[in-house]
Ligand binder design. Structure first.
Ligand SMILES: Cc1cc2nc3c(=O)[nH]c(=O)nc-3n(C[C@H](O)[C@H](O)[C@H](O)COP(=O)(O)OP(=O)(O)OC[C@H]3O[C@@H](n4cnc5c(N)ncnc54)[C@H](O)[C@@H]3O)c2cc1C
Length: 497
């Protein structure tokens, strides 16, 4: 079967132990912490396990693409290395899964077996220097040309820049009058062909394993290499991005588990003031929060495993996808901050998991939808649904909504108010985060009902409801302040001494 493994279970056991050996070997650990790129021998040993086969259907030589197996592989990767897990996530969610769902079958059968058998890599180019969050206005364009399409434009920040064997390129059609169509189309570029040229490599702050940069696109794509959207390309893009966002908990899971394990090991062995750190109340508070983020993420993994099979169109799943992505990435950053706080100075070394974790997890809050924007979109979407179904009380809506019905009882006294339909953007962001936490709470309750470790579930529900309470009061007291347009000479404290 797959590289000698008879089953997924055999693969994942071997993969975990291989990564453990590779990433904890002192020389490798130093090299991957301090240098850019991946040592070729380490990459060879990782790739020989054929981790990407979890994303690939049986027809094309993989394990079948079961989403819980995909999450499990991402989790095993991020327990040892978050950048490695992102590398796998990019290949899976941003290339293999969209190609599986939308490519011409004969094209897919020429490409996907190369991922299964020849260790090919693929990524996605959406972002442009002038258009990031505003990607729908991208300027990369295409025209019908000969037996295909001619694409032209500039893309930057695509993970695996200069490395991927295949790219999904996005562009808008150039109309006869020179203007660009509203819809976005997706094209598969084979890097054996010219036309995607790296103009500059970036010195990215973290995620050293992954190359980023700016690419000039001027390439011809055969007609059959354009993805076939079910209706519009924007719908395809929503399905792809929601699927990817729903799988973020896979990458977060191992990362949070490792932080929980290593923090506990540190605080129980480090003595300060004659007792171990574990005995200080504030330390316990931080550990409980880290464990709560671990538990929340586990609950999200269960949700995604059941609700996001590769066969399902996820283009309408904006609320759970945006909530899961933004909440879990905020939790990753918060856990890394607490880990470094508790480890102290030792954690500030570039080769320590704590400091690295802060830097490596930070962009997860920015890419695939900036969290500020996703939180706002959650609120907009919920307010729209409330209006449509005639609810004014937030509690009544949460009780009726399948993503929050179980959590609503915990939040009854906090949420029994009518929602102002004209909230400022900053309040929409706070409310979106609050709703994201309520959705997470619901998932945690469901995980608890399945028998997940009771004390973790109870602590998590307590932490989430206390945070929701803080967010609701922040929403009430947030003032509509306007920033100063500049800081003048009367803003110099020294003049007032
Ligand atoms: C490590 C990393 C990996 C990446 N990987 C990829 C990849 O593989 N493929 C790819 O195509 N792209 C990738 N990106 C690009 C990423 O998707 C974009 O950076 C992201 O979409 C934001 O775009 P921008 O950087 O242009 O920021 P901008 O769009 O300029 O936004 C910057 C900030 O402004 C604020 N903001 C923007 N719009 C609003 C608004 N409407 N309301 C309120 N606030 C707003 C938000 O705080 C936002 O974070 C990656 C980026 C990074 C850092």
């Amino acid at each position: 079967m797959n590289n000698g493994f008879h089953s997924f279970e055999e693969f994942i056991t071997h993969y975990r132990s291989t990564l453990r050996k590779l990433f904890r070997e002192p020389q490798n650990h130093k090299v991957v912490s301090l240098n850019r790129g991946v040592p070729p021998m380490l990459m060879r040993d990782v790739i020989q396990c054929r981790p990407l086969n979890v994303f690939i259907s049986r027809d094309h030589g993989g394990y079948g693409g079961d989403v819980s197996q995909c999450l499990s592989m991402l989790e095993a990767s991020s327990y040892e290395s978050l950048p490695l897990s992102l590398m796998m996530g990019i290949n899976g969610a941003l290339f293999i899964q969209p190609v599986t769902r939308y490519a011409n079958e004969s094209v897919a059968s020429g490409i996907l077996p190369r991922f299964a058998n020849e260790q090919a890599m693929g990524g996605l180019m959406i972002t442009e220097p002038g258009y990031g969050s505003d990607a729908l206005h991208m300027q990369t364009s295409y025209k019908v040309h000969g037996d295909g399409y001619q694409l032209e434009g500039t893309k930057h920040w695509a993970g695996l820049t200069g490395w991927a064997d295949y790219w999904l390129l996005t562009a808008r059609q150039k109309k006869k009058d020179g203007s660009l169509a509203r819809d976005i189309d997706f094209f598969i570029h084979d890097s054996r062909n010219p036309g995607v040229e790296v103009e500059e490599y970036f010195d990215n702050l973290g995620l050293y394993m992954l190359p980023y940069g700016r690419n000039r696109i001027n390439t011809h794509i055969p007609e059959s290499f354009r993805l076939q959207p079910p209706s519009t390309g924007i719908k395809l893009m929503l399905d792809m991005l929601h699927r990817s966002r729903l799988q973020f908990p896979g990458m977060a899971m191992g990362f949070l588990h490792r932080i929980a394990d290593d923090t506990l090991a540190h605080v129980t062995s480090r003595n300060v003031g004659g007792k171990s750190l574990f005995h200080y109340d504030q330390v316990k508070e931080r550990i409980v929060r880290i464990q709560s983020w671990f538990t929340s993420c586990a609950a999200m993994c269960r949700y995604t495993s059941e609700k996001a099979p590769i066969s399902r169109d996820l283009s309408m799943e904006d609320v759970p996808a945006n909530a899961i992505k933004s909440v879990v990435t905020d939790m990753m950053q918060d856990a890394a901050q607490s880990f470094l706080q508790l480890v102290g100075a030792k954690g500030y070394r570039l080769d320590h998991m704590a400091g690295r974790g802060i830097i490596d997890s930070r962009p997860f809050q920015i890419f695939e939808g900036s969290n500020d924007i996703l939180y706002q979109q959650i609120t907009e979407s919920v307010i729209k649904k409330m209006k449509k179904s005639g609810f004014t009380s937030l509690y009544a809506y949460l009780k009726d909504y399948e993503l929050t019905s179980k959590a609503s009882e915990y939040l009854r006294s906090l949420t029994d108010f009518s929602v102002d339909q004209t909230l400022s953007q900053r309040k929409q962001v706070i409310m979106g985060k609050m709703l994201g936490y309520a959705i997470t709470m619901n998932m945690v309750i469901q995980l608890g009902e399945r028998g997940f470790q009771k004390n973790l579930v109870q602590n998590t529900l307590d932490v989430l409801s206390a945070d929701i309470q803080k967010m609701l009061s922040a929403m009430n007291v947030t003032a509509a302040t306007e920033p100063a347009e500049s800081i003048g000479s009367d803003g110099d404290w020294f003049a007032f001494v």
